[in-house]
Design a protein around this ligand. Structure first.
Ligand SMILES: C[S@@+](CC[C@H](N)C(=O)[O-])C[C@H]1O[C@@H](n2cnc3c(N)ncnc32)[C@H](O)[C@@H]1O
Length: 215
């Protein structure tokens, strides 16, 4: 049996509901659709959403992009908090994100959301570098991808861009090395919140790099 046939037989949707900032999010994962890690709501995403709620963060008028959206939960909340958000991931994940965008973002604000493919290290040059915020939860787990992830972050940033990144420092291979050794060479990084082994970092591109570097 080919993967395509198997996919149509075993694929099913699972919904979970979580409330943030007064919005009851209904997040569906496509189980059995070969999405791998994308078919889960991961704790770093939840921790980042709860942080936005607790800090009463308002993204009104802000141009934002999310990397490795997975289910889209963080990017969706950012839209509901006023942002103009591009949710990105690998092409195979976009249908799941679009499903959750449709289920959670009312039509009146749907124009502030966009879902599109961004494979790190490959697609970033097709995106602008004028984002106010970059969001990235649980994207630090595969050391072979770290150079591409850094290259992507560098491209999307200008000197005014703020990055919120939440990583599981214990469960994910290389996360400590990424945040404590690799990132600080390129970004100013401040640890702003910890929940269990999840750390939220607020980052900006180093000024010396802001006018373009080769990496
Ligand atoms: C562990 S999941 C986290 C999903 C979501 N951000 C969350 O917190 O629940 C990591 C996500 O990064 C995406 N990803 C991994 N490698 C990628 C790459 N090279 N380019 C783009 N996205 C990638 C995966 O497809 C997946 O959706």
């Amino acid at each position: 049996m080919s993967h395509a046939e198997d996919n149509s037989l075993s694929f099913h949707k699972e919904e979970q509901q979580i409330e943030f900032s007064g919005h009851l999010l209904k997040i569906t994962t496509f189980k059995g659709a070969y999405l791998g890690v994308s078919a889960f709501v991961w704790e770093p995403g939840l921790v980042l959403c709860r942080y936005f709620e607790n800090e009463k963060i308002n993204f009104t008028g802000k141009k934002m992009i999310e990397l490795g959206s997975g289910t889209g939960i963080v990017g969706i909340l950012a839209v509901l908090l006023g942002g103009d958000v591009t949710l990105t991931d690998r092409p195979c994940v976009l249908e799941q994100i679009e499903y959750n965008v449709s289920a959670n973002i009312p039509l009146r604000c749907r124009h502030r959301s966009k879902v599109s493919a961004l494979a790190w290290g490959t697609d970033q040059d097709t995106y602008p570098s004028d984002f106010d915020f970059i969001l990235a939860s649980d994207v630090v787990y595969s050391p072979t991808q770290f150079p591409d992830l850094l290259r992507t972050l560098l491209h999307l940033c200008n000197e005014k861009t703020t990055i919120y990144m939440c990583s599981n420092m214990v469960a994910r291979e290389g996360a400590i090395n990424f945040h404590q050794e690799l990132l600080p060479e390129l970004f100013n990084s401040e640890l702003i919140h910890t929940y269990r082994s999840n750390c939220i970092y607020k980052m900006t591109k180093k000024q010396t790099l802001a006018r373009g570097i080769s990496f």
